[in-house]
Design a protein. Structure first.
Length: 374
């Protein structure tokens, strides 16, 4: 695990770039809580395929503390999301109700296979605000190949949620999350049609970050499929207009602009064991393949809620400095650097050639190539 260190510098000290940064007065607005690192699936493209960490669930004691810390810090929106399946936590529905009782807005990012009628009813009754279901195919065969589950179970749950929502007069925002690969790119249009049929208002499309070498060929942003991709973008736009389903497509080529939505929207993450990480990309240790080049990602942690307060971690010098550098692009771009194949800085996220520790210089989220609900 990479640790940022606490640091005791005054917030008005000069950064090495020569800029002064004041201590922030506000805490995070959005908090991602990873209830568990366990999952009921083993999807082909999942980060979990390249890590070897201990699996576990967030304790009820820690969860209660996290909610109290979130209240004090001024958090408005909580996501149950991470590298595990939130519904796999034995206290999931009780935690949902606790979040809503405290007045937070709540979103859940799930694979949907554990959404039985009882849980679906209690989710709607509790007043969940957003429900994002990961669905990477429209056909039973492709879905089973990618995720190993039963698509019909998810569609049945979505139908029930729609019926309950109409009955109770509480309609959460329903979204699909779709990881686009060579093996499923032909089914994106069909998924948009499924979204219309089951009351899903938006499809968030992301490219894949390969975490095993045999998944590199699944990338369509690093391939010769230029014409096919352009046609797919056009067809998705037309289908969005026909169905009134919003489709958020990713980028497929590297652009000059970089933007971290976690920093821009004042979001942060808490792992199941209490560590505070700045984003999904740095949530745990894993191996990735950036444009086919192997890169070791070390977990980035600015503190632990078992020992510290969320507002203190957010205001910590090292975390403020990190957010400043990301927001104002004070870091290089390894991804399109001509030396990235031979530069040892590009091998991990621990440091870059501008001496940033950790480094965001190879982040495909910031380039819009990879997307997640924020």
């Amino acid at each position: 695990m990479y640790s940022s260190g606490v640091g005791s510098k005054n917030y008005l000290e000069w950064f090495d770039e020569g800029y002064v940064v004041a201590k922030p007065h506000k805490g995070p607005k959005i908090l991602f809580i990873e209830l568990t690192s366990r999952c009921n699936l083993n999807c082909r493209m999942c980060y979990r395929n390249s890590w070897g960490e201990y699996l576990g669930d967030m304790s009820e004691k820690l969860f209660t503390k996290v909610l109290s810390e979130a209240e004090e810090a001024g958090v408005k929106f909580i996501w149950f999301a991470g590298w595990g399946e939130p519904l796999f936590h034995p206290k999931f529905i009780e935690f949902v109700e606790a979040v809503k009782e405290r007045g937070f807005s709540l979103g859940v990012n799930t694979n949907g296979l554990l959404l039985n009628r009882d849980i679906a009813y209690r989710l709607v009754k509790a007043g969940i605000d957003r429900l994002t279901v990961s669905i990477d195919a429209a056909s039973l065969e492709t879905y089973s190949y990618i995720r190993g589950g039963e698509l019909t179970r998810i569609l049945g749950s979505l139908k029930f949620i729609w019926e309950v929502s109409r009955k109770l007069g509480r309609k959460p925002i329903l979204e699909f999350s779709y990881v686009l690969m060579r093996s499923n790119m032909d089914e994106l249009i069909d998924v948009i049609e499924l979204a219309e049929k089951y009351g899903v208002g938006r499809v968030i499309v992301s490219n894949i970050i390969p975490v095993t070498e045999n998944m590199v060929n699944e990338c369509i942003y690093n391939s010769v499929l230029g014409e096919e991709v352009s046609e797919l973008i056009s067809r998705a736009a037309i289908k969005s207009l026909e169905t009134n389903v919003s489709v958020k497509m990713p980028e497929f080529t590297l652009k000059t602009e970089r933007k971290c939505l976690f920093v821009e929207k004042s979001a942060t993450c808490v792992t199941w064991d209490g560590k505070v990480a700045p984003c999904y990309n740095f949530l745990h240790n894993y191996t990735s393949y950036i444009y086919g080049r192997e890169k070791k990602i070390k977990q980035v942690c600015f503190g632990n809620l078992k020992e510290e307060k969320l507002v203190d971690i957010w205001h910590k010098y090292s975390y403020v400095k990190f957010r400043y550098r990301v927001r104002f692009f004070r870091y290089p771009s390894c991804t399109d650097c001509r030396f990235h194949e031979v530069c040892h800085f590009a091998e991990t996220n621990q440091m870059d050639c501008w001496s940033n520790e950790p480094s965001c210089a190879d982040c495909l989220y910031s380039r819009g190539i990879v997307q997640c609900p924020v």
